[in-house]
Write a protein that binds this ligand. Structure first.
Ligand code: EPU
Length: 420
C-alpha cells in the first residue's frame, strides 16, 4: 500500500489549478445511462473514483472513450448488463447513482447494497422508497437492491425525510424519464445537484427549482446527447485554502468558484486569512501569521460542509485559542482526531463535537488515513508538524484528490509517495 512521506514546517506558497468536482462528475457519468446518444463530459477530474465509475459502466457493456485531456465520450446504447456488482460498490458507494437511471431508461437494475463505511452507517432507504413511490418494484435480497419496472416510472410527489445529496440525484435522474410531473421536496441544494440538473437540462430534461429545496421535473419520453463541463471541485478548493491557512502561507487557486464556498471562506476570514476573489479564482494570504481557532457546525448546503470539517480540525490543532467543531451530517466522522492526538494535538471528542485547543506545534508520527477527507486533514497536520510524518493507506486520498503530491510540491511542500 502506498504511503505519503511529508516533512513539515514549510509555508505553502504558489498557484495551482483546481480540478473538476468528483461529486458532480460521478452523478453526471451515471446520467449518461439515461440516453442512447453520446454524452461528452469535459473537465473530468483524474481520480480513482472516476476510474471506478468508468469501470462500472464498462462492466455493463458500455465503452467510455477518454482522451488525454480527461474529456470522456460515453455512449451507453451498447449496454447489455444492468448490474452494479458488490466488488465495485464496496470500493465506491456512489455506484448507487446508477440505480435511478438504469430503472428509468431500461426498467431494470440490480445494484449491490452499499454497507456502512468509515464515516457512518449511511443507509440508502430514501433512494429506495422514493423510487417505489414512482412505481418501481424493489426487493432487497442477497445483499442486492433488485429493482424493476414495467413501462415508464410515474411522476410522484416525493418528500425526502433527510436532505440527501445522492438520494436527490437518483430521484432527479429517474424523474427526467418518468411519465408526468415529479416534485422533490426537502431536496438537497448542493451545487453538485445543480451541476447535474444543468447537464440533464442540456440532455433535454425539463427541470426547475434546482438549487432550492423544491425541485420540479416534467418527465420526457426521451433524452438526447450533450456536451457538459463539470464544475470546479469546491472541496478540493477548500482543502488547499485551509492547508495554506494552517501553514501561514499564501496561495492562489485558479479555475474555481468562490460563489459556492461562502461558508468556508467566511470561516477562513474569521481565522485571520486575507482573502481576495475573482470570478474563477481565490487568493489567500496569512501574512505569515498563525491562524486563530474557529468554531463551526456542519449541515447541508449552504451551511458549512461536512467534507471540510476534518481539514478545519487540523488547522485548529495549531491555531491560537480553542474552537469546537460539531458534526451533524454523519455520526462517526472523527477518526482523524485520534491520529492527530498521536501527533501531539490537544483535542477531545464529546458526542458529536470535538473540542480543540491549539498547540504551538505538532510532531511528525506515523498515522493512518481512514477516509477521503480524514486523509486530507492528516496531510494538513503533517505539513504543519515538526519532522517527518508518514501517512499510510493513502488509497483513500487518491479516490478524491487529483495529483495531490504534485500540486502540494508546486506549492513548496516536501511530500513524496512511497510505493508500497
Ligand atoms: N441518509 C439517510 N437515508 C438515505 C440517504 C441518506 O438516512 O437514504 C442520511 C445519511 O446517513 C447522512 C445524511 O442522510 O446522515 C446525508 O447523507 P447524503 O445522502 O447526503 O450523503 P451521500 O449522498 O451519500 C454525498 C457525498 C459525500 C458528502 C455527503 C454530504 C457524493 C458521491 N458523496 O454523500 O461526499 O459527504 O453527500 O454532503 O456526492 C466525500 O466526497 O468525501 C463524501 C463523503
Amino acid at each position: 500500500m502506498d504511503k505519503l512521506v511529508i516533512d513539515g514546517g514549510i509555508s505553502l506558497n504558489g498557484e495551482i489549478r483546481i480540478a473538476g468536482a468528483k461529486n458532480s462528475a460521478l452523478p453526471i457519468l451515471a446520467a449518461t445511462l439515461l440516453t442512447d446518444d453520446t454524452v461528452t463530459i469535459r473537465n473530468l477530474p483524474h481520480l480513482y473514483d472516476i476510474t471506478t465509475m468508468l469501470e462500472l459502466l464498462g462492466c455493463m457493456g458500455v465503452e467510455p472513450v477518454v482522451d488525454e485531456k480527461m474529456n470522456v465520450e460515453v455512449n451507453t446504447s451498447t449496454i447489455r448488463d444492468f448490474n452494479a456488482p458488490y466488488d465495485l460498490v464496496k470500493t465506491m458507494r456512489a455506484s448507487i447513482l446508477v440505480l435511478g437511471p438504469l430503472l428509468a431508461h431500461h426498467g431494470k437494475a440490480d445494484v449491490a447494497l452499499p454497507g456502512g463505511c468509515a464515516i457512518g452507517s449511511r443507509p440508502v432507504n430514501l433512494h429506495i422508497t422514493a423510487l417505489e413511490k414512482m412505481g418501481a418494484d424493489i426487493r432487497v435480497e442477497d445483499g442486492y437492491i433488485k429493482a424493476k419496472m414495467e413501462g415508464r416510472l410515474k411522476g410522484a410527489h416525493i418528500f425526502m425525510d433527510v436532505s440527501t445529496v445522492t438520494g436527490t440525484e437518483n430521484v432527479l435522474m429517474a424523474a427526467t424519464l418518468a411519465d408526468g410531473q415529479t416534485i422533490i421536496e426537502n431536496a438537497a441544494r448542493e451545487p453538485e445537484v445543480v451541476d447535474l440538473a444543468e447537464c440533464l437540462i442540456a440532455m433535454g430534461a425539463e427541470i426547475r427549482g434546482h438549487g432550492t429545496d423544491t425541485i420540479i421535473v416534467e418527465g420526457k419520453e426521451k433524452l438526447h446527447g450533450c456536451s457538459h463541463a463539470v464544475m470546479p471541485d469546491r472541496i478540493e478548493t477548500g482543502t488547499y485554502l485551509i492547508a495554506a491557512a494552517a501553514t501561514r502561507g499564501r496561495i492562489k487557486l485558479k479555475d474555481t468558484r468562490p460563489d459556492i464556498l461562502e461558508a468556508v471562506l467566511s470561516k477562513l476570514e474569521e481565522a485571520g486569512a486575507d482573502i481576495r476573489v475573482g470570478e474563477d479564482w481565490i487568493e489567500l494570504d496569512m501574512h505569515g501569521k498563525r491562524p486563530r481557532a474557529v468554531s463551526l457546525r456542519t449541515a447541508p448546503y449552504p451551511a458549512f460542509p461536512t467534507d471540510m470539517q476534518a481539514q478545519f480540525t487540523a488547522m485548529n490543532a495549531v491555531a491560537s485559542g480553542s474552537g469546537s467543531i460539531t458534526e451533524t451530517v454523519f455520526e462517526n466522522r472523527f477518526m482523524h482526531v485520534h491520529e492527530m492526538i498521536r501527533m501531539g494535538a490537544s483535542m477531545e471528542v464529546q458526542g458529536n463535537t470535538v473540542l480543540v485547543t491549539g498547540v504551538p506545534e505538532l510532531k511528525g508520527a506515523p498515522v493512518m488515513a481512514t477516509d477521503l477527507r480524514a486523509s486530507a486533514s492528516l496531510i494538513i497536520a503533517a505539513l504543519v508538524a515538526k519532522n517527518q510524518t508518514v501517512v499510510d493507506r493513502i488509497y483513500h486520498i487518491d479516490r478524491g484528490y487529483e495529483c495531490i503530491e504534485e500540486k502540494m510540491q508546486l506549492l513548496g511542500a516536501r511530500i513524496r509517495r512511497l510505493p508500497g
